[in-house]
Design a protein around this ligand. Sequence first.
Ligand SMILES: [Zn+2]
Length: 328
Amino acid sequence: MVVIADACNKLRGTYLSICSSGFNPSSLSPITFRTIYQSVVVPKALYGGELWTVIGASDMLRLERSHRFCIKSMQQFHSLTNTDFALASINVNSIENIIDRKKLVFFGQLCRLPNQYIAKQVFINRLVRYLNNDKQTKGFVPEIYRLLYKYQLQSCLDGYLQSGLFPSKQAWKQMLQRSVSAPEHHRQLESIRDVCPTLNLDDVLHVDKPSSLWKISRISPKLSPLIATLMAQLGGFLSRSYPTVCSLCGIHTENKLLHSVCFCSRRELLRESLWDAVIYQKGFQCFIELIRKTPLEQIVTLFEMTLSTTDDNRLNNQLAILLLRLVC
Ligand SMILES: [Zn+2]
């Protein structure tokens, strides 16, 4: 579809032109970038998306790829970072979910529109024809039926057909948040949990809001380079690993993070500094428990120690710096 190719180009093109005009991901908080993306880039690319009634799987995949490119880029993530992590950490939904929601918002506007408007009369006419099994009715009405069924919102249309009453703008918005957006956020978090069930990310990722680390990054700009690197490493840990060569010892490794933290012979001094900090902060018993764990469990524990709540801040700065020195 030409319109989809155009939308893909607009997503990437508008995003990149914003980047080149001075709003660079390295200098702007991802939360601020997200606001710009959602209020400028997405509306421009998806203009008229309410009426895209036939989007094939391959077209949707192209749109999702462009969307993921922007979402990962604004958080300075590697392109192979786990997509659900990239979306959840900044609280953005998939493009399919965004388009579905746009269509349902438009449907609500049509239902609430006063009867004297031609758009309302055309909508009711097509709705009635569809209900009477008129085969000529294609497009928006069957698509709305599909979406109402998909998100279990049929009762709203049934009520409208019986009484002529439709939920108010605010009530419909809340219903869409509850039935369309929130389940997608829960799915993202479940998918991340499936990758590493032992890693507790309750302090980092939340339903319906961006990661608390990005919030700290916005409040304390001095910490933002450290947080960006930490988030990128966490994202890498939750993504598919790929073969790479250690830049210090030259050994081929499947998992760079695991190699750097637990095995790299050229990082002994950095590793000792990290262990010293763990002993100093958490006690010798905690350190003994840590080094008795498997290498993978050690990384999970180190991430949890780094990301766990402390009195003054939600980030253990010293451990984070030492862990990242070891890894980067
Ligand atoms: Zn190495």
